[in-house]
Design a protein around this ligand. Structure first.
Ligand SMILES: Cc1ncc(COP(=O)(O)O)c(C=O)c1O
Length: 285
């Protein structure tokens, strides 16, 4: 059975219990991270912990542990669970109050939870045939750069894709791509990779950074700028990226083919670079 960490102790997941008065449960008042682990090595842990710090600062929640202790606990969770490749999830909520009150309690101890699941990357068939997506207006709040557990809007948006038999929902705000319900979105037009700029309207993805680094390293022209909806719909290629999905080609958007309706040649190159990077860097060579 999976071993998890909760508030100072390791235990089987079935024994992990939190208070019904926890503000994570009542208000979605918390921060989280998902860290992919390859060959038992957490990938870009300092970057994930920096993003966690950014979220905690953004929601006015003091980091209860600090980088060294997070690193120790994450490595221990990886060691205590099965599998060379894992997906570590961590969550910090503001803790349990004695009564329900929107304003923060004066004295409260944050709830800290860490678990690990097997890292399941997309099946080859999905990558080879590409995925279908729908689009929707981005109705979320204006701090999408924070990785908070208040994910109801993301859940509703992802469900729209699933209900339409698709994998992801591409979000547009004020006529531009922001990101996906649980991924970042890239476009390719005339051989140029187009990436929406990091700002408060999207999560700064760790995979997003990897894709831009690989593009730069291999000389793929790239523009980081706002991508208008019309340009997205007329793109030669669209991709979604995340730590668990890696890079996936979107070949249909709202029932219309993207480009040729098949995974494109730029995707094929990026996918090869990504797999090479995984072998040589993420797994430590
Ligand atoms: C809304 C959103 N954007 C982007 C991403 C991609 O981030 P990362 O590459 O760090 O997994 C995620 C990951 O789940 C996400 O939920």
């Amino acid at each position: 059975m999976n071993v998890v960490y909760l508030n100072g102790a390791f235990m089987p997941v079935a024994e992990a219990k939190v208070s019904a008065m926890d503000r994570g449960f009542l208000f979605g008042d918390g921060a989280y991270e998902v860290i992919p682990v390859y060959s038992r090595r957490p990938f870009r842990l300092p970057e994930h912990l920096a993003r966690l710090r950014h979220t905690l600062e953004g929601i006015l929640l003091a980091d209860p542990l600090g980088e060294a202790e997070w690193t120790r606990l994450i490595n221990e969770i990886v060691a205590r669970n099965e599998g060379e490749d894992q997906s570590v999830y961590l969550q910090i909520t503001r803790g349990a109050d004695t009564k329900r009150n929107h304003a923060f309690p004066a004295r409260v101890v944050p709830t800290v939870y860490i678990m690990s699941e097997p890292l399941v990357t997309p099946a080859a068939a999905q990558r080879e045939s590409g995925i279908a997506a729908v689009s929707a207006p981005d109705v979320r709040w204006l701090r999408c750069d924070l990785k908070t557990t208040s994910l109801l809007a993301n859940c509703l948006l992802r469900q729209q894709a699933v209900d339409a038999g698709c994998v992801e929902t591409v979000l547009f705000r004020d006529g531009f791509i922001t990101e996906g319900a649980a991924s970042n979105i890239f476009a390719v037009k005339n051989g140029v990779l187009l990436a929406p700029p990091k700002n408060h309207l999207m999560l700064p993805g760790i995979t997003y950074d990897v894709v831009l680094e690989l593009a730069a390293r291999h000389g793929l022209p790239c523009e980081v700028r706002n991508v208008p909806e019309a340009e997205a719909r007329g793109a030669n290629e669209l991709w979604m990226t995340s730590s668990t999905k890696e890079v996936l080609p979107i070949v249909r958007l709202d029932g219309q083919p993207v480009g040729t309706g098949r995974p494109g040649p730029v995707f094929a190159r990026m996918y090869a670079w990504y797999q090479d990077f995984k072998r040589t860097v993420m797994r430590g060579g």
